[in-house]
Design a protein around this ligand. Structure first.
Ligand SMILES: NC(=O)c1ccc[n+]([C@@H]2O[C@H](COP(=O)([O-])OP(=O)(O)OC[C@H]3O[C@@H](n4cnc5c(N)ncnc54)[C@H](O)[C@@H]3O)[C@@H](O)[C@H]2O)c1
Length: 383
């Protein structure tokens, strides 16, 4: 297949590029380096130094003998899409190119406006590029489990059958996100659904939980191919943050009561999921939604897991609840369905003690680079 990866310089985009190349596909990635710029502006740089996309593509091609390609540019500009689609007509597009930080999206007006504009415009441009240049192309869009929020009923995979006054209809599952960033993902889904039902696009929307890890068969080829591993309050996902806090001997920062439950997955499983989605495309006129997670944990459970393994490694890990900077339920029901990707063949990598220990070992190699001032929450929306 010809695979186009949008957001190719990102935490997920870069390992995805290498994964599809290794599977024998023709791969082109696009990125505007906005995450790198935001990280610099907010003092949220990644733990390891990461060569930029063009440099990494060169390094990977030299080491592996593959021939992946990249373009640097802003996908808010439709002319970039026109240029990309006129030279590389993709069979599938993996769309990661959004501003993904909830705290950043609530930092101030400029950041909120940028997040709204960036995320919706890139999605809208992609839809139009596919309609104009490659109408059979399958869009694999990264959504988030955060679209659903934490409802007091089971979370289905994207759709819900409703019976009202004796009549039935199937609707998108009701969504109520907890940040502006997550709300842009809800709006993306609504936008996509309009175009799918009106213009017969084929789309898979992957409602992904927080991802952890920094090792895949391809990132292990060379230190310079590692993904961008963030541990700060802006870009760091929870498990990655706790791992670095354990190594830095900073007590694990549990927000509020710590009863917040989410669905997590290993970076390797993200690669499997997008691959399974791309290899088994949605039908024309279908918006297919999968919940992309492998297991659920509360914040307290994760903190205890990291503490247990860290203590076994002699790190002496403490846990310290702090005031929750977010407005969110801290003690709630959570039961998301997630069978769709398993039915397609997903073989989960679970968060075992061995997995945690190997991630801690990797972080220990970069212990000197940890900047503890990036750890405590700097953005608040708890009223
Ligand atoms: N990482 C997770 O745990 C997680 C969980 C759920 C959903 N997601 C979703 O997966 C996607 C990828 O997440 P990530 O963690 O890799 O984020 P990331 O910020 O590391 O990667 C996104 C990439 O997109 C690029 N980008 C953003 N706007 C762009 C534009 N206008 N033009 C070109 N490039 C642009 C950024 O520079 C960045 O490199 C996001 O859509 C995110 O919402 C991620």
């Amino acid at each position: 297949m010809k695979i186009l990866v949008l957001g190719a310089d990102g935490y997920l985009g870069w390992p995805t590029m290498m994964h599809f190349a290794k599977k024998g596909h023709q791969v082109l990635g696009v990125d505007d380096y906005s995450r790198r710029q935001i990280a610099m502006q907010t003092s949220s740089e990644a733990l390891m130094p990461n060569p930029n996309l063009e440099e990494r593509v060169k390094i990977f091609n030299e080491i592996s003998g593959h021939n992946i390609a990249c373009r640097v540019g802003d996908l808010k500009d439709f002319r970039l899409f026109e240029s990309v689609f006129s030279t590389f007509s993709p069979d599938a597009v993996i769309h990661y190119a959004e501003q993904p930080s909830a705290p950043y999206s609530l930092k101030g007006y400029e950041e909120a406006h940028y997040t709204l504009k960036n995320n919706l415009e890139v999605t809208h441009n992609l839809i139009w590029a596919v309609m104009k240049f490659a109408p059979k192309c399958h869009i694999v869009k990264l959504g988030t489990m955060g679209e659903y929020g934490t409802p007091n009923i089971d979370i289905e995979e994207g759709w819900l059958d409703i019976e009202h006054k004796g009549r039935k209809h199937k609707f998108l599952y009701p969504r109520q996100a907890g940040s502006l960033y997550h709300t842009t993902k809800v709006l993306d889904t609504d936008l996509i659904w309009f175009y799918v039902r009106t213009f017969n696009l084929r789309v898979t929307d992957l409602m992904q939980g927080p991802v952890y890890g920094l090792s895949t068969p391809e990132t292990d080829l060379d230190q310079r191919l590692l993904p961008n591993f963030h541990y700060d309050d802006i870009f760091g996902t929870l498990v990655n943050r706790f791992l670095v806090q354990a190594v830095a001997k900073v007590p694990l920062t549990v927000y509020g009561k710590g009863g917040q439950i989410r669905g997590y997955l290993n970076l390797n499983d993200t690669l499997q999921c997008v691959d399974l989605a791309a290899s088994n495309p949605a039908e024309e006129g279908e918006l297919r939604i999968f919940n992309q997670l492998t297991e659920t944990f509360s914040v307290n459970e994760l903190a205890e897991k990291v503490k247990k393994v860290g203590d076994q490694m002699g790190l002496g890990v403490d846990i310290k609840p702090i005031e929750n900077p977010r407005k969110e339920a801290e003690d709630h029901y959570y039961n998301p369905a997630h069978t769709g990707l398993l039915d397609l063949g997903l073989e989960p990598h679970y968060l075992t003690d061995d997995v945690l220990a190997s991630m801690l070992e990797q972080v220990l190699n970069y212990k000197e680079a940890i900047d503890a001032s990036k750890i405590m929450p700097r953005v608040k929306w708890n009223n």
